[in-house]
Design a protein around this ligand. Structure first.
Ligand code: DGT
Ligand code: CA
Ligand code: CA
Ligand code: ZN
Length: 584
């Protein structure tokens, strides 16, 4: 339930973001006015929205569009337009707005004219004179900005963690630079990013080289580096303009494996490995695995057992090599062989994708062509259902036309199966947004919660159980509706969902978008131990979404998922057989 203050805050944020993105002044003004109206309104707007929405019409400053958004926020917990705007604007700009005396007009000017997207950018741009050179930027404003940045530095604040899909592309850009440096042998990322956690505190990069200075140079001269935290012969740490910290380790290639084991972690796993080494009269550190008993050489240095590869170190410790994603659970028995985890190359279908019929950017044929190019045997077209009005969800009439269009595209394309499906809303009470008679006409049904994401755990469990048990539903889409660093989403009884999903052969989705990763790792682990089917889907709205598959795979692997239980890894025959089993 949203308070008046929360509604007002949402509207003022929309106004700020609209202004930064250059929307027309009238629209911005309407949101400013609505902000003040909400702040001044003595009655509870959320309750009015639920119980007597027509009363909202009489409030001065609230129009049809802002009224609809109050209702949307109250019933769904979020405002679609606000989320869209947040995606359009670099997150650092919102932080700029928190600087004393800095408003959206200034932020827009800084962004447009000096490519400033973070406080570090701003500091650099002030120092270089780039800010003073912006037309319409007065000397007084520049002074104000300088003071505001200084005040911010004293208070000190930067985001604590970064989402996996924000961090990995940055890591890869740095690895490309490092690999291009003379003398580089191997370069990779380690730490929580390699373990596939959904957020990372910082990036840990590792490079082996014959030329330490060249590697360091390539790292430090990257254009996104904003601040040098530390530098030495074998290590450097920097902060990027977006606030992300990167630690770099530079090693000789003969010790790459030892460094990789150490910096992959987790810390707990390192403790386990070190103790195991100690029990065997050995010592493990970031430089290698050494004998500590009498075989030490005459000069007192320890005899090296293994250092060049992870395999060699694990073998010498009498352990099977465990995948990085599983090197954290405290409960795993690392002396046993690890499960054979699913791999990205094994994914052969995408079962959750949108077209221009609802809120996607691709036509049916474009979507199918993309899936075909990825070597998939099946693509499911699952546009939104009618309750998702903000996502242009399909009325029954439009859905029936869409099914016909999908059948036509399927006949035309060849080489891939196009399934007619829907991402049907699970309403707050567990009913689905289309009648059974409509759902029966679809090859595949993904049922997802989009609204009422703040309901009680009991209500959420009952709601999701109803969808799982619905005989026409194949997949439960993004089961909790969480947005990482955005909203918590539902907190249903996951074990109960898993039991039902296993029984009904309904797959639980891992939504691959890095802002969702829903199911999350611990939920996947629960689903895997219950023997559930899992779908790993990109929820494609536009082509780049398909590249998020790797994050879903990382999450699946952290949960211990094997190929056999992932429906997207099945052959066409097996997949289509399962889908048909829910159609009599
Ligand atoms: P993060 O950055 O908070 O997402 O998590 P990590 O795991 O990347 O942690 P980070 O960056 O502090 O260190 C990277 C790896 O280096 C960590 O996973 C294990 C190793 N490491 C760092 N400090 C220690 C330590 O004090 N003890 C042990 N055993 N390992 C450490
Ligand atoms: Ca780290
Ligand atoms: Ca680190
Ligand atoms: Zn959805």
């Amino acid at each position: 339930m949203a308070t008046n203050q929360e509604i007002a805050k949402a509207f003022s944020t929309i106004a700020d973001l609209l202004e930064i993105t250059g929307a027309n002044a009238f629209k911005v003004g309407a949101y400013r006015k609505a902000t003040r109206s909400c702040e001044d309104e003595p009655r509870d707007l959320g309750r009015l929205a639920r119980e007597s929405p027509t009363e909202l019409d009489s409030i001065e400053g609230i129009g049809q569009s802002t009224k609809a958004k109050i209702i949307e926020l109250e019933t769904t917990g979020s405002i679609h337009e606000l989320e869209e705007l947040r995606l359009k604007v670099p997150p650092g700009l919102s932080l700029l707005l928190t600087l004393a005396g800095v408003g959206p007009k200034t932020v827009k000017l800084l962004w447009d004219c000096a490519q400033v997207t973070s406080i570090d950018d701003l500091r650099t741009a002030i120092e270089s004179g780039a800010v003073a050179a912006i037309p319409r930027m007065g000397a007084k404003t520049v002074t104000n900005l300088r003071d505001a940045v200084a005040a911010h530095d004293l208070a000190g604040s930067r985001p604590t963690r970064y989402r996996l899909g924000e961090a990995i592309p940055i890591a890869e850009a740095f690895l490309t630079r490092l690999r291009a440096a003379p003398g580089t042998v191997r370069a990779t990322y380690a730490g929580s990013a390699r373990r596939g956690r959904d957020t990372v505190g910082d990036l840990d990069l590792l490079v082996s080289t014959r030329d330490h200075a060249a590697a360091k140079e390539a790292f430090l001269t990257a254009p996104t580096v904003s601040k040098l935290l530390a530098q030495g012969e074998t290590k450097c740490a920097v902060v990027l303009t977006n606030g992300l910290q990167i630690d770099l380790r530079i090693v000789d290639d003969s010790a790459f494996g030892a460094a990789l084991v150490y910096f992959t972690g987790s810390k707990d796993h390192n403790v386990f490995l070190r103790e195991r080494a100690n029990q065997r009269a050995m010592k493990l550190n970031e430089y290698g695995l050494f004998r500590t008993d009498s075989s030490a050489s005459a000069d007192g240095s320890l005899a090296l057992v293994a250092a060049e590869s992870e395999e060699a170190i694990y073998r010498a410790l009498d352990l099977p090599l465990w995948p990085a994603e599983l090197r954290e659970s405290h409960t795993a028995d690392f002396t046993q062989p690890p499960p054979r985890l699913i791999e990205l190359a094994e994914i052969k279908s995408e079962l959750h994708a949108h077209t221009t019929a609802s809120d996607g950017s691709l036509s049916i044929l474009e979507l199918a062509t993309l899936a075909k190019a990825r070597g998939f045997h099946t693509i499911a077209v699952t546009d939104h259902s009618k309750a998702s009005a903000q996502a242009n969800g399909l009325s029954v009439e439009r859905l029936l036309q869409h099914i016909a269009a999908i059948r036509e595209a399927e006949a035309a394309i060849g080489g891939i199966t196009i399934l007619a499906g829907s991402e049907v809303d699970i309403l707050a009470d567990g009913r689905l947004d289309y009648d059974d008679a409509v759902l029966e006409q679809l090859d595949i049904v993904v049922a997802s919660p989009h609204t009422a994401l703040r309901q009680s755990p009991e209500a959420a469990t009952a709601r999701l159980l109803a969808a799982i048990r619905h005989p026409l539903v194949h997949i439960l889409g993004h089961p909790t509706g969480r947005i990482i660093q955005g909203r918590d989403g539902l907190s249903p009884d996951i074990e109960a969902l898993c039991v039902a999903a296993h029984e009904c052969k309904t797959a639980l989705e891992i939504n691959c978008h890095w802002s969702r990763l829903d199911l999350r790792d611990v939920h996947v682990r629960a689903a895997v131990s219950a023997g559930c089917l899992i779908a790993i889907d990109c929820d494609i709205h536009s082509p780049p979404d398909a590249d998020n598959l790797r994050y879903g795979i990382a999450t699946a692997r952290r949960g211990g998922l094997c190929t056999s239980h992932c429906v997207n890894a099945w052959s066409a025959e097996k997949l289509h057989g399962w889908l048909r089993s829910k159609r009599s």
